[in-house]
Design a protein around this ligand. Structure first.
Ligand code: NAD
Length: 177
């Protein structure tokens, strides 16, 4: 039987419970998921605080904690390029072949559809709170962010002193204004 692969893409700043749910859900429809970590070149910015390597650590450990078979996924960092019309080729160059694309991002869906891919809109889980923006806001303001992310994300953020990283980035940007 031919193996079917689906692509999932996300900046994952940081990995949260919505990402884990969408990965689990997608594995009901395809044999393997190709997980692209988007904007891999970015880190140490308020909107993109974590390096690609740190995001890979969060995701690898979380998927292991959720007992997802490591033979069923690939985690691949993907840098942005400043030519949207060439971006699908960039993704293809870096990933195993896939035929379906699962994304809630309208630009991502549009670019892949134009290249002939089947695109699917994944169901959103608690999107008001399960979003990277909300989680980064809560980290910065000492809110409850830990209930929104897997244990692995908490551990990596702890290991790299991520809370202070975000707080210091915000101070710098404010004083520069
Ligand atoms: P994201 O982290 O916001 O979302 C990742 C995926 O998870 C999305 O499909 C989203 O629908 C899903 N998701 C998020 N929260 C969820 C929830 N609560 N429940 C269920 N699903 C949830 O990432 P994104 O913005 O879609 O990432 C796209 C990446 O592709 C970015 O890094 C972007 O820079 C990159 N990109 C680059 C180019 C270029 O370089 N020219 C062009 C297009 C996209």
């Amino acid at each position: 039987k031919k193996v079917t692969r689906g692509l999932l893409l996300g900046r994952m700043q940081p990995v949260h419970n919505g990402h884990i749910q969408i990965i689990e859900k997608t594995l009901n429809y395809v044999d393997e998921v190709v997980i692209g970590i988007g904007s891999a070149q970015l880190s140490h910015e308020l909107k993109d605080p974590f390096t690609a390597g740190e995001r890979i650590m969060m995701l690898t450990q979380a998927l292991d904690d959720y007992d997802i078979d490591p033979k069923r996924y690939y985690i691949i960092p993907i840098e942005d390029i400043n030519r949207n019309a060439l971006w699908v080729a960039q993704v293809k160059m870096l990933t195993p072949p896939f035929s379906k694309v699962y994304s809630g991002n309208p630009l991502v869906k549009r670019l892949f559809k134009e290249e002939g891919y089947e695109t699917y809109q994944p169901e959103l889980f608690d999107r008001e709170v399960l979003s990277g923006t909300e989680i980064r806001y809560r980290i910065l303001n000492d809110g409850d962010w830990k209930s929104l992310v897997p244990k692995a994300t908490i551990e990596v953020i702890d290991e790299i002193d991520g809370v202070n990283r975000i707080k210091e980035l915000s101070r710098k940007e404010i004083s520069e204004k």
